[in-house]
Ligand binder design. Structure first.
Ligand code: PMP
Length: 285
């Protein structure tokens, strides 16, 4: 996958895809000093592009790893990558990390903070069976407390248990895993937020130990505009049995219907369809 045509923006310049390498002694490789963004470009325009650039900078600040670029510079980098690769509909990955330098220990202020942006075509995150409803496993691991790790950062270290949980889910024939948080509340999937429907109203976890996704915020605003009541609150696993519909939201996942979580089944119902269609129209508007 690294030996491919195309261009990647790295530290201020476009470099050939196959030359976009980092040194094995990069601090990020050893200590997870890395933050990233996942974005989608629709018909030539990245949806909520500035919000993603701002979140990337905020993630860097939260990790005491200031990223040496402004929002405008990051916007320009993303545009340059899309143009250089002739992409109008694509997934965009921005990443910033602490590189190699004089410090090989945990403290690494003298090592430069580096940044790259890549883009490629990426279709439906859960494959073509989207409308059948994704099947989710309950993760063995839990989303950590905000006193343990900065949970509002989109930081690489927070994804270690995501990869482990998604692998375990896939081995059981599921497409993703749903996490509970450190208190036992329903939290999020490995790369997406979760929503439920009950009696025509929507319920979604309060974002105090999860990533408050940009898609999540967009969908909540969209639902409220449609006059639908949205409850952001702590949701107990025992409540899963009482919900009729469920979907996931995320930049990559967009709005993905969920058909099953563990032993609980959900219908791909009217509300889910409406939300998915409205979101699809919004990102291309
Ligand atoms: N939670 C996690 C753990 C994620 O990785 C993502 C994807 N960035 C989300 C939620 C959804 O966030 P967004 O809508 O900003 O893509």
């Amino acid at each position: 996958y690294d030996d491919k045509d195309g261009m990647i923006w790295m530290d201020g310049q476009l470099v050939p895809w196959r030359d976009a390498n980092v040194h094995i002694l990069s601090h990020a490789m050893h200590y997870a000093s890395s933050v990233f963004e996942g974005e989608r470009c629709y018909s030539g325009k990245i949806f909520k592009s500035r919000e993603h650039s701002e979140r990337l900078l905020e993630s860097g600040r939260l990790l005491d790893m200031p990223i040496p670029y402004s929002v405008d510079q990051i916007e320009a980098a993303k545009t340059a990558v899309l143009e250089a690769n002739n992409l109008t509909d694509a997934y965009v990955r921005a990443v910033a990390w602490r590189g190699a330098g004089p410090d090989m220990g945990v403290a690494a202020r003298r090592n430069p903070v580096r940044m790259a942006v890549a883009a490629w075509e990426w279709g439906a995150y859960y494959g073509d069976a989207k409308w059948q409803g994704a099947k989710l496993d309950i993760a063995k691991w839990r989303r950590p407390s905000p006193e343990t790790i900065p949970t509002s950062a989109k930081a690489a270290g927070l994804y270690m248990i995501c990869t482990m949980s998604k692998h375990a889910a896939e081995e059981k024939g599921c497409s993703d895993a749903l996490f509970y948080d450190y208190r036992g509340y329903v939290a999020e999937a490995t790369g997406a937020n979760v929503f439920f429907v009950k009696d025509g109203e929507v319920h979604t976890p309060w974002p105090d130990a999860i990533l408050n996704g940009i898609t999540r915020q967009t969908v909540i605003a969209m639902l409220r505009d449609m006059g639908i009541v949205v409850h952001e609150r702590h949701i107990m696993p025992e409540e899963l049995a009482g919900f009729s519909e469920c979907w996931l939201t995320g930049t990559a996942a967009e709005v993905t219907p969920v058909g099953q979580i563990g032993e609980h089944n959900f219908q791909v119902g009217q509300m889910t369809r409406k939300v998915a269609e409205t979101y699809e129209a919004l990102v291309r508007a």
